[in-house]
Write a protein of this length. Structure first.
Length: 209
């Protein structure tokens, strides 16, 4: 795993999470160490900004993987305001599944989820997902919202636009929802079993309308 930042940030890398004794101790102290010594983990204190975690198979191997980000100090003013994942969207069990937890608050939160595909082509991404679809489910797997084209729901489209999150392609998907604290999953798939590289994003809008 690699953790990248901007500016003068020095990329942090890890192969097996127990390789560095200092990191090993810090990761154990979090209470969420990986269960396999071959898995990767990074404990870092970060300034506000944009960061990217890159997960790859050692020696160019491939397979299903999971990347997780935890806010270990929720008392500080900064927070995880946007989480996004880019991956190959397959079919069946191989769609992209992005889980997130709303916590540290007793009230509801307003979130936005976006599913991006065709507009990635202009950024030089090959084999972009032609027509993404989105589902938002709770921890019981119950469907809360679904969306194919982000402008299908005029009220949600207006809210996405007002938040500066309007999608650049009408075939891309977007959902805005007010949710209580809990565990949620955003599922990114291709319409009619389409496949390709897609991006799923989750934004904390912070207020309820």
């Amino acid at each position: 795993m690699e953790l990248h930042g901007s500016g003068a940030f020095v990329t942090i890398t890890d192969d097996n999470w127990r390789d560095d004794p200092v990191q090993e101790a810090a990761i154990i102290a979090t209470g969420i160490p990986p269960t396999d010594d071959r898995e990767s983990a990074i404990d870092a204190t970060l300034n506000p900004g944009a960061y990217t975690a890159v997960v790859r198979g050692k020696n160019n191997t491939s397979g299903i993987g999971l990347v997780e980000v935890y806010d270990l100090n929720q008392a500080v003013p900064s927070k995880l305001a946007n989480i996004s994942t880019r991956a190959l969207v397959g079919v069946g069990d191989n769609i992209v599944i992005a889980g997130f937890i709303l916590g540290h608050n007793s009230g509801d939160d307003r979130i936005a989820v976006r599913g991006i595909g065709p507009s990635l082509t202009s950024s030089g991404v090959p084999n972009a997902l032609a027509n993404p679809t989105l589902e938002l489910r709770n921890n019981n797997g119950t469907l809360i919202f679904s969306n194919n084209d982000w402008q299908d729901n005029s009220a949600q489209a207006a809210e996405l636009t007002a938040a500066g999150l309007a999608l650049s392609n009408p075939l891309e998907a977007g959902i805005v929802a007010t949710l209580p604290p809990g565990l949620y999953t955003a599922l990114l798939a291709g319409l009619n079993n389409g496949t390709g590289i897609g991006l799923v994003e989750v934004y904390d809008l912070g207020v309820t309308p």
